[in-house]
Ligand binder design. Structure first.
Ligand code: GTP
Ligand code: MG
Ligand code: ZN
Length: 310
């Protein structure tokens, strides 16, 4: 006789050491394990089930639940698992449609390289990307406007916000409405603070930024999915210190800068790396100002990094 009842489906909200928090299709939120101890961890410590996953579970006689199967993932947002000798993929979250990168304009100051890294992993995952410039209360607009323009010219919507005085928080809320988004960005940027305003009662922990280092203190420690409205899911993430790329070839990096795409075909050489070749349409566009020089600089640095790793 089977010990289990028919399966139910659910959405994984968060992962803990060897337990997963799952929202069942009926609405209940439960903690459960995975069928078979050998699946609890992959050999290098990665999780076989990640936040965002849709799963099938069995309800056991004793009232507990086990995850039997992960349904095919529509999207995966990945990075290189840090601190490993052998490269491995860490899936940050699955099934999201949109990445909202929250950058801090001051305390900590704007880190455009890290922002570019988030945008690239979003392009790889084929997600819609929105950029939030938070803490507008700390920095005058004339100082951040050129950076905002660079991302707008690249095709990204930029939302300047302040969690302190509420600027544009309603605009961010409307961008989140009706879809599944993930908020990412450095520690201390204000991801949890913004979500706390959008959904009072969420009560996410926030921590003031260290005065000494100017860095966030990692208030959020786990990727967690919240349902904040009908059809609206949003995930809060810890600020990642490192965002290494998982399986990006140097030759495909140019395509991951969306504003480069229209120019690439006009380079003299196919497979132009836009670094040293003559008659390069990207370099020409940077010289005329049609492409942003800081984004191009980011491209060159990341290209070198990918070549070294290749
Ligand atoms: N001045 C100002 N401070 C803000 C703003 N948004 C957040 N903060 C402060 O910045 C600090 C960090 O905010 P958090 O919401 O914890 O940042 P986080 O991005 O969630 O950080 P992690 O969870 O560590 O990744 C807190 O002291 C917040 O009060 C803002 O718009 N303006
Ligand atoms: Mg947080
Ligand atoms: Zn070129």
């Amino acid at each position: 006789m089977r010990e289990t009842s028919p399966t139910v489906t659910g959405r994984v909200l968060a992962c803990f050491h060897d337990e997963w928090e799952v929202a069942l299709s009926g609405g209940d939120i439960i903690r459960c394990r995975i069928r078979g101890r050998q699946f609890t961890k992959l050999p290098d410590g990665r999780k076989p089930v990640v936040p965002g996953d849709l799963v099938e579970l069995s309800l056991l006689r004793d009232g507990s639940c086990v995850i039997e199967r992960v349904l095919p993932r529509e999207t995966v947002l990945s990075r290189l698992l840090p601190g490993r000798r052998r490269p491995a993929e860490q899936i940050i979250i699955s099934n999201v449609k949109q990445l909202v990168t929250v950058a801090s304009l001051g305390a900590p100051s704007l880190n455009r390289r890290l922002l570019d890294r988030f945008l690239i992993i979003s392009e790889v995952a084929e997600l819609h990307s929105v950029v939030v410039f938070n803490k507008t209360d700390l920095v005058p607009e004339k100082e951040w406007r050129p950076a905002a323009a660079a991302y707008e010219d690249a095709g990204y919507e930029v939302i300047p916000t302040s969690a302190t005085n509420g600027t544009n928080v309603d605009r961010l809320a409307s961008v989140l409405a009706g879809t599944f988004s993930v908020l990412a960005g450095p520690s201390g940027a204000g991801k949890s603070s913004l979500l706390n305003i959008i959904r009072p009662g969420l009560g996410l922990r926030v921590k003031e930024v260290s005065k000494k280092s100017g860095k966030g203190k990692h208030a959020t420690t786990n990727v967690t999915v919240f349902r904040i409205g009908d059809g609206t899911l949003v995930a809060d993430t810890p600020g990642f210190r490192e965002l290494g790329f998982w399986r990006i070839r140097p030759s495909e990096l140019d395509y991951l800068f969306p504003e480069f795409r229209d120019h690439i075909a006009r380079c003299r050489f196919r497979g132009c790396s836009h670094s040293h070749e003559p008659d390069c349409a990207i370099k020409e566009a940077v010289e005329t100002g049609a492409l942003n020089a800081a984004r191009y600089d980011s491209y060159l640095r990341l290209l070198e990094e990918l070549k070294e790793g290749a």
